[in-house]
Design a protein around this ligand. Sequence first.
Ligand SMILES: [Zn+2]
Length: 102
Amino acid sequence: MDEKRKECELALDLLPLYLDGKTGEESDAFLAQHLKECENCRAVQELLRRELPLQVRKKEPKRKRLRISKGWLFVILGLAVYLAVLAGIVWTILYSMVSSIM
Ligand SMILES: [Zn+2]
């Protein structure tokens, strides 16, 4: 019983790092095994997993938003150029078709 409590303490210590992807192979293996066997730690893992992304989002909302909007700007710009080129091609084809019929 004591052995198990020690394992739980270790597992709970490692969990935040584990969910952050900062644990090494050995810790990963230990945690994966322990979480399979221990319902308590699994529950804690679920809680942390739900909370961690929220914390990350709260910490850097501005930077992320800026990055996304910049990305979208390029996408929209690229799309606009693409559509303009496409419209030009279609227009040229239509124009040559119409003028050949006339
Ligand atoms: Zn445990």
